[in-house]
Design a protein around this ligand. Structure first.
Ligand code: NDP
Length: 285
């Protein structure tokens, strides 16, 4: 079997186009979706991500409020800015780019964002709502993964889903979302014994590890849907966590890197911000 490609770039462009059209209608009502992005320090990868988010906002017709703070910013200073943005009616979403410098505790900072404005879906209230199966601001990368999976038309209920990676940003939330779709979910991590054995059972295999070409063809069941979340920067360019060509020979569907999950993350961030703007209107509350 040769896999069909789950084209995140194309799907993301379609979603962003639909968002743009909704923004035009919202603007007629005097509402401009606003996203505040806070970047602390000079991490080169963070700068790239923040630049992509700002570009995405502007292209969609959003207001983009970029706050660049120096590496030496104290936790109190950052919390004071978040307080201000929490109260700002023109700001519908607040995103603090991670990682933060050592002197700042990311958990304290993420918990300071008002849950409704937490368009990244990292606030403990939103995570708790996700666990409880209640409506929540869903984290962007897992939300994008589910959107890609659903586009295959394959019912998720009853499927064996194996997620490799248990981070709070990708692995755990994507596992919860697959569970909410009634898949039977296994989460693997660095201490898992016989990881390949688990992976080979998967109808849906999600790799969120951060190790280039970790998932090899012998770990994949014939006909599986393979989602590669990994972004590994090697000299040869961007490489995923999946050994793409040989795995694509066995899978029914596969996401490429780049052009798979990555572009969906920003589309979902814009969607979360738009939804918050639609809910709260110009009031931002
Ligand atoms: P983390 O480093 O936070 O988590 C990695 C996970 O992989 C951990 O749970 C770890 O297990 C597990 N792991 C590491 N080594 C092994 C191993 N040898 N065997 C089994 N499991 C292993 O990474 P993230 O979840 O934040 O990101 C994962 C990848 O996805 C990265 O490449 C990142 O760049 C990419 N990413 C892509 C996004 C996108 O938009 N496309 C968004 C976010 C991330 P343990 O917990 O035991 O240490």
């Amino acid at each position: 079997m040769t896999a069909k490609i789950l084209d995140g770039k194309k799907m993301s462009a379609e979603i962003r186009e639909a968002i743009k059209e909704k923004v035009v209608l919202l603007k007629e009502k005097g509402i401009v979706p606003g996203l505040a992005v806070i970047l602390v320090g000079d991490n080169p990868a963070s700068k790239v991500y923040v630049g992509q988010k700002e570009k995405g906002c502007l292209e969609a017709g959003f207001a983009s409020f970029l706050h660049r703070l120096p590496e030496t910013t104290s936790q109190e200073e950052l919390l004071a800015l978040i307080d201000k943005l929490n109260a700002d009616k023109t700001v519908h979403g607040i995103l603090v780019q991670l990682p933060l410098p050592r002197q700042i505790d990311p958990d304290t900072v993420l918990a300071a964002i008002r849950p409704e404005k937490d368009v990244d879906g990292f606030h403990p209230v939103n995570i708790g709502r996700l666990v409880a199966g209640l409506p929540a601001s869903e984290p962007c990368t897992p939300k994008g993964i589910l959107r890609l999976l659903k586009s295959t038309g394959i019912p998720l209920a009853g499927k064996e889903a194996v997620v490799i990676g248990r981070s709070n940003i990708v692995g755990k939330p994507v596992a919860l979302m697959l569970l909410a779709e009634s898949a039977t979910v296994t989460i693997c991590h660095s201490k898992t014994a016989d990881l390949a054995e688990h992976a080979r059972r998967a109808d849906i295999l999600v790799a969120a590890i951060g190790k280039p070409r970790f998932v090899t063809a012998d770990m994949v069941k014939e006909g599986a849907v393979v989602i590669d979340v990994g972004i590994n920067r090697l000299e040869e360019g961007l490489v995923g966590d999946v050994d793409y060509e040989p795995v694509a020979e066995k899978a029914s569907w596969i996401t490429p890197v780049p052009g798979g999950v990555g572009p969906m993350t920003i589309a979902m961030l814009l969607e979360n911000t738009l939804e918050q703007a639609e809910k709260t209107g110009a009031s931002g509350r």
